[in-house]
Write a protein that binds this ligand. Structure first.
Ligand code: NDP
Length: 374
């Protein structure tokens, strides 16, 4: 069998591109990732990172260093010392170093194809809109924004400017995640009846923006619970019908003046599958357990940078371990170079879908009511 034939039959087995999976849930395959690694891309897209914090420095910059079809071409920062340090480290010309005041001048910079917004959540809207107005394609970190309204404004700004908008859903490009989605959507172990999914960690510095509602939009649900919501939707290949939710008690009144310390929620999906979710800034927990009629599959760790681990009732999942940000950037740029579009499954509409569910979970926790999503 030729490589092309074997890839085609692999994709057919997955149901990718066969019309059995809606666009929102059609993530690329492990095989597609491996194929990318074999390719030599001539053109490299220039990416400018906005907000040089922990994720930009420790993950995305590393991904841009490793990726074959894109590179760090510019930076936008409010901290002059970082401008100097990064320009030196990445050999960036002075004209490609911006601050938040002169950022809009990026419109004239031909080196920058994509602006990647990695600021605190409440600033995503401002920088996505400014980047779009400057005619740049935009990647934005999760959660897309802090409200449904902001997501809609961002989508419209990108549509009006004729630029692409993508959300940094790195796990869409990660093999263990793709496999659990495949098992769920293709009913490999029968119908999925129940999902338990938890993501939490013990948060440090009580003064950080993640604990300020105005900047973060909420607490652990916005930051890490979003992974659980994503996973539930993509394992089932369905959208939830309704949510109920409960806040947990506040044990640390110093840190949790403004946002929840933890929250649990329940969702029902059209197939009848139920999901129990939990996110926390106090408990260290990270798992995705999927129970189907004829077996189970689980990931733990499920959502952090890896290596992720997985098993089914048949044994351990043996899959390639990848650098999440490198494969994400490579796959997005590969698609863009071929089609002038970002993959649909990480588009602004996907960020908006999650935001509607996160807001419904908050409403359910606040009111004690079941909130309909249809
Ligand atoms: P950090 O606090 O480490 O960095 C945020 C950076 O934004 C700052 O260093 C700063 O950069 C810039 N900034 C601009 N205005 C402000 C402000 N008013 N207050 C604080 N910082 C400001 O956050 P993270 O890097 O952890 O998170 C950034 C984004 O990335 C968030 O949306 C988060 O949800 C997302 N994220 C995604 C992850 C993933 O796995 N996909 C993982 C971690 C985070 P400068 O000094 O250059 O101006």
């Amino acid at each position: 069998m030729s490589e092309n034939q074997s890839r085609r039959s692999f994709l057919q087995n997955l149901g990718v591109g066969l019309g059995t999976t809606t666009a929102a849930f059609a993530v690329p395959s492990v095989m597609a990732i491996q194929e990318t690694k074999l390719q030599k891309d001539e053109k490299k897209l220039g990416v400018a990172l906005v907000g040089l914090g922990s994720y930009a420095k420790n993950q995305l910059a590393v991904g841009l260093e490793n990726a074959k079809n894109c590179y760090l071409a510019g930076i936008v920062t409010g901290t002059p010392a970082k401008a100097e340090e990064w320009a030196k480290k990445y050999n960036l010309p002075a004209k490609n170093v911006y601050n938040y005041q002169n950022f809009d001048e990026i419109v004239n910079n031909k080196d920058i194809d994509i602006v990647y917004v990695v600021t605190p959540n409440s600033l995503h809207r401002e920088f996505v809109v400014r980047a779009a107005k400057a005619g740049k394609h935009v990647m934005c970190e999760k959660p897309m924004a802090t409200s449904v309204e902001d997501c809609k404004v961002m989508i419209k700004a990108c549509q009006d400017a004729g630029v692409q908008l993508g959300i940094g859903y790195r796990l869409h490009f990660e093999p263990f995640t793709q496999e659990i989605m495949r098992i769920g959507q293709k009913k490999v172990f029968g119908d999925v009846r129940f999902i338990q999914t938890n993501f939490g960690f013990s948060i440090g510095d009580p003064t950080q923006w993640r604990l300020k509602k105005a900047m973060a939009g909420g607490g652990p649900l916005m930051d890490v619970g979003i992974y659980c919501v994503q996973a539930s939707r993509h394992v089932l290949g369905e959208e939830p019908l309704w949510v109920t939710a409960q806040y947990g008690p506040i044990s640390d009144t110093e840190r949790f003046k403004d946002v929840e310390e933890n929250v649990s929620w329940q969702m029902q999906f059209p197939s009848g599958a139920m999901v129990n979710g939990f996110s926390s800034y106090k408990s260290n927990i990270e798992q995705l357990y999927v129970s189907a009629n004829k077996g189970f599959v689980q990931l733990s760790p499920a959502y952090s940078y890896g290596p992720l681990k997985g098993k089914t009732h048949e044994g351990d999942l043996k899959l390639p371990v990848v650098h999440h940000q490198t494969v994400m950037l490579e796959e997005i740029c590969k698609e863009f170079l071929a089609t002038k579009k970002f993959p649909t499954h990480i588009g602004g509409e996907e960020g908006l879908r999650d935001m509607k569910i996160l807001m419904a979970i908050y409403e359910a926790a606040q009111t004690g009511k079941r909130i309909s999503l249809v």
